[in-house]
Design a protein around this ligand. Structure first.
Ligand code: GDD
Ligand code: MN
Length: 403
């Protein structure tokens, strides 16, 4: 089958809840679901594809009892890899061939394949035999154990590269490091974020907007998917026997562009603005209560300052719980959980207060910064601290499944 859709849309549909068995010879998501859809992206791989498909069939026929599909997504290769794919598709019902015209790109090819797939689990493997097919068995075991994402990694036990030059190793590790700095919460979750050999549960990425640039589809899946359990399996990246790698300096630039885009998209801008606004109301409350305690109740300076700060913290908690983090609070119902959130919030804010005093002192006494400027910088930094720590700690969703 050949098909081409001109525009790239980055959503993968949920599988329809169909019962009964539609004939699995059509590549439509309305046909009955399968266990696994494995995408093979190709560009000038006509000498590798047939060998790979043969190996995959032998392995998966046994492992999944024919309950899988292989989707070759070829970007109109000049060496006519799509012809090979179409011939294979005619011979084997498990194989589907997709010829994209007017579009290029490894990541988008993978997504395009997943979009027309009907597997509960979605996978990807390179066509050039650099990813050893037998690893799929261990990846599948990880999924069966409950992993949302099963990843073949060069950087865990049993993993490695066959014969890489020092410069290529440095480039690969350097790319990983840049990713770690820009997106620690995404890139840092796996030992081999550059891997293009993995399986992911469809439910973890269905209906999410995926919009990758370049080669590294895994980063997109990690960044935008809902993935809690990751299982890693070591593998040795094989040498290429046939054809050539398509990687040039352009892929490195695209990688940086991809990281930048994800970083911006993943910033919780709206939440942070709400948090900041609530913080401002806290300042007003703090000042007002301080005034009442001092002027009306004639309390001492320290006592007034401490009490008014605490009232402000309570005020901020109330609004953050109801507004800033309301989506998360709703998932943790009950007064006990709310009290727990309040206690954590309180501790984090008090720690923030100490941090504030510390920063002002360092800037003013050690670095000679103007005292009001020092105070402003301290407020900005502590707000970011309060926000991120509270997001991770106080409103962290742990037991969502609780009634
Ligand atoms: N459809 C399509 N379109 N496929 C492509 C394109 C494209 O524009 N570019 C590359 N491919 C296919 C290749 O034919 C091959 O099957 C696979 O994607 C990987 O491409 P290579 O050019 O061989 O990449 P590599 O050997 O440097 O591999 C690196 O990237 C992989 C990404 O999957 C390594 O980092 C691997 O670990 C990683 O798996
Ligand atoms: Mn390769």
């Amino acid at each position: 089958m050949s098909s081409s859709k001109p525009s790239f849309q980055g959503r993968i549909a949920q599988l329809p809840q169909v019962q009964g068995d539609a004939k699995p010879d059509k590549l439509t998501s309305s046909a009955s679901p399968l266990q696994l859809s494995l995408v093979i992206p190709t560009y000038n791989e006509r000498h590798n594809l047939e060998i790979l498909v043969e190996q995959l069939r032998q392995l998966l026929d046994r492992l999944l009892a024919h309950d899988y599909e292989l989707i070759v997504v070829d970007d109109d290769s000049p060496d006519r890899t799509w012809e090979v794919a179409q011939r294979l598709a005619e011979t084997y019902p498990q194989v589907h061939a997709l010829r994209r015209q007017g579009e290029r790109g490894l990541s988008t090819a993978v997504i395009r394949g997943w979009q027309v797939s009907r597997g509960h689990v979605l996978g990807v493997i390179d066509a050039d035999l650099q990813h050893p097919p037998e690893i799929l068995e261990q990846l599948w075991q990880q999924i069966e154990r409950g992993a949302d994402l099963a990843l073949a990694s060069r950087h865990v036990d049993g993993g490695g590269v066959s014969d890489w030059s020092l410069s290529r190793r440095i480039l690969s590790r350097g790319a990983q490091l840049v990713g770690l700095i820009l997106l620690p919460g995404v890139v840092g979750r796996v030992s081999d974020p550059m891997s293009g050999f993995f399986m992911v549960r469809r439910s973890a990425i269905a209906e999410r907007f995926l919009d990758p640039v370049g080669y590294k589809i895994l980063i997109e899946v990690l960044g935008r998917g809902d993935i809690s359990w990751i299982g890693e399996v070591g593998y040795v990246f094989q040498e290429r026997e046939q054809g050539r790698s398509k990687v040039t300096w352009k892929q490195y630039l695209e990688y940086l562009q991809h990281l930048g885009k994800l970083r911006l998209d993943l910033l919780p801008v709206q939440r942070f603005l709400r948090f900041g606004l609530v913080g401002l109301t806290g300042v007003v409350v703090d000042l007002a209560v301080f005034y009442v305690l001092r002027e009306r109740w004639q309390l001492g300076l320290t006592r007034s300052a401490m009490l008014s700060a605490e009232v402000a913290i309570l005020n901020n908690f109330y609004w953050n719980d109801r507004w800033t983090f309301s989506d998360l609070s709703r998932q943790q119902k009950g007064w006990r959980k709310q009290l727990k959130r309040l206690l954590k919030f309180n501790i984090v804010c008090l720690a923030g207060l100490i941090l504030n005093v510390l920063i002002v002192n360092i800037l003013f006494n050690l670095l000679g910064v103007n005292d009001y400027l020092a105070k402003l910088v301290a407020i900005a930094l502590v707000t970011i601290w309060n926000f991120s720590i509270n997001l991770k700690l106080s409103w962290r969703v742990t037991d969502v499944s609780d009634p």
